[in-house]
Write a protein that binds this ligand. Sequence first.
Ligand SMILES: [Zn+2]
Ligand SMILES: [Zn+2]
Length: 161
Amino acid sequence: MTRRRLWERDRGCFWGASFASLLFVYFAYFGVPSSTRPSRSMRCFFHGDVEAVAICKACHRAICHDCCAEVGSSVACRNRCETDVQTLDALQRRGTVSFKVLPRLYFGMGLLFGIFGLFFLCEGLLSLRSNHADFGGIYMGVFFVFLSAGFILAAQRFRAP
Ligand SMILES: [Zn+2]
Ligand SMILES: [Zn+2]
């Protein structure tokens, strides 16, 4: 088979893999946005005529200044959810330990995929000079390089405050 035929046969695979990798990089970097602040016109769940200043961490009700109690750095319904929020915070503290390990794990995976990618790319590019062109290797290489970039970007994002 000629090089041109090989390229035409694998072109779909190439763009498909590139597009999937780009999507992966995008979601790894930007993630899904979330909000914890009450919207402007929200009223207290317990006092319908008073504007809410916070959202309880345990039951997610909007509450006014009189109804909220501070538990550590979190907000809870006074005399209702304080113990629940304490429990949630304790669980979350345990979660932050793995949060510190994740960036390193992602970075390591990124490096590994990067090495794979470069290896496949070099092999594929070198093979172009011979009679047995290995386009599959080049596509694999590009795919792994994109994957690597996604993991390293994700690791950077975790590190940001
Ligand atoms: Zn509550
Ligand atoms: Zn209230």
